[in-house]
Write a protein that binds this ligand. Sequence first.
Ligand code: HEC
Ligand code: HEC
Length: 342
Amino acid sequence: MKRLIIGFIPLALIATFAFRPTSTAPAFTAATKVNDVLFALGDPVPKWFPKDVSAENIQRGKEIILEGRTTAPDGKRSKYVSVYYMCTSCHNNVIEDPLLTVSNPQDRLEYAREHQLPFLQGTTFYGITNRESWYNDDYYKKYGDLVEPAADDLSEAVQLCASECAQGRPLVDWEMDAVLAYYYSISYTLSDIGFNDSDAQRFATLAAADADNSAVIAEIKSRYSLKSPATFEEPPYDIYWDQLNGKGNPENGKLVYELSCQACHKPTGVSDVVFGDNKQDFKAMSRWFDKNNWWLLQVVRHGTHPAPGHKPYMPLYTTERMSNIMVEDLKAYILQQAGKGS
Ligand code: HEC
Ligand code: HEC
């Protein structure tokens, strides 16, 4: 017995030593979350990052986002965050751009048609924990100082949207951690951003070695946008519109109408104003052009404001969420369906 044990010790030591690199390297695959890979490589964990990413907490967050409320950890039903909207009235929760580095509305519209997704004013929640700033660029024009805390803190962006965009209430701490956990569950995987299992292995090996990983961190981050750009437009509508007028493509306009406007302006949608598919409705809409040739451009660029006693309003589309050409296409479709041609 004694001899056997003595014989084993050096063997065990050699084994531990020989396998050390693989046994301490994290087990990454193409399905691993990009967030986890970056943290292992030494990228700092943001202060808002969810603390509890258990399946249970993710499920609570998912219910808040998709159904407006959930069951609290103490077993009680929580109150609705907003009684007017679901978060998904204005945001998708799947990939919505064919290229994750480019924010192009026409590409997104075609992707939405292929995948039967609504085409909305808010950006997708998929990959939102991979972004590094929120409410970017021109959103300060709408929300002023409120965007400052939201710029580098996702939990503050959620609070801003829940209270202002969704006309609801701020989330309490456990709700926030649940929403952030759900966001983490729909964050990019290595495969979403075009890396495979052998890339994953390379990252794991680098993570295990104690070296400067800034180059590989930059390589990973170059595969997706770190923010959603947001440009508001206030064009001289008359001049601008005259340049486009009559050049619209009604087929593309039909996509805008069905995937975007009708996502909310339908019988079960968040708007009380229903835009149908009958000639009468198109005629009614086309009459708005008689009074103001560019009313559609105005509605798209300004949205509408919450009225006293009627909180649901229409969010504006930035130029990254809808181009002027797409608005002209929509006009061509409305006129065509109204029997007015263009
Ligand atoms: C009425 C439409 C609407 C509703 C409802 C809504 N949002 Fe938004 N949200 C927007 C718009 C528009 C923006 C700004 C554009 C964007 O997404 O970047 C935005 C931005 C955000 C952002 C920052 C995104 C970024 O990358 O800058 C977060 C986070 C967010 N919303 C969370 C929520 C949550 C959580 C809910 C539900 C409680 C919600 N939103 C409901 C319209 C809405
Ligand atoms: C995210 C939901 C949403 C989307 C998408 C949306 N709207 Fe709206 N829209 C609303 C809401 C909410 C109102 C406010 C009136 C109400 O409560 O029904 C409104 C109001 C309007 C009004 C004023 C109607 C009136 O009689 O006061 C027009 C016109 C309009 N939208 C056009 C459009 C067009 C055109 C599109 C597509 C390019 C579109 N909307 C897309 C939610 C939306």
